[in-house]
Design a protein around this ligand. Structure first.
Ligand code: FES
Length: 106
């Protein structure tokens, strides 16, 4: 695999009154924070975190998905994003990020 981890962060924006979307729930700020942290940690080139369009789990947003694990997340705050960086990007501690992880049936 080209990257150790490849994370997609939904930044889709829909008009008010339509189906909920991740952009208005702060996903651009979360993406910027996660990208900054990856750069600070010297992981650029190994870890790719990028924006995506709708991932079709809109009601649970902001939504992110990480490969190669195929794990889905609902990271809503900067604190959540840091927990994600520490326990998913830097170390593989699934128990520490369970509260941020979406189940397949959600
Ligand atoms: S708008 Fe983010 S998953 Fe659909």
């Amino acid at each position: 695999m080209y990257f150790d981890k490849h994370v997609f962060v939904c930044e889709n924006v829909r008009a008010e009154g339509e189906r909920p979307s991740c952009g208005p729930k702060g996903s651009p700020q979360l993406l910027a924070y996660m990208k900054k942290r990856v750069q600070e940690l010297g992981l650029k080139g190994k870890i790719r975190i990028q924006k995506s369009g709708c991932l079709d789990r809109c009601e649970l947003g902001p939504v992110q998905v990480s490969y190669p694990e195929g794990l889905w997340f609902s990271i809503k705050t900067q604190e959540d994003a840091e927990v994600f960086i520490q326990n998913h990007i830097l170390e593989n501690k699934p128990e520490a990020i369970r509260h941020l992880t979406l189940k397949d049936e959600e």
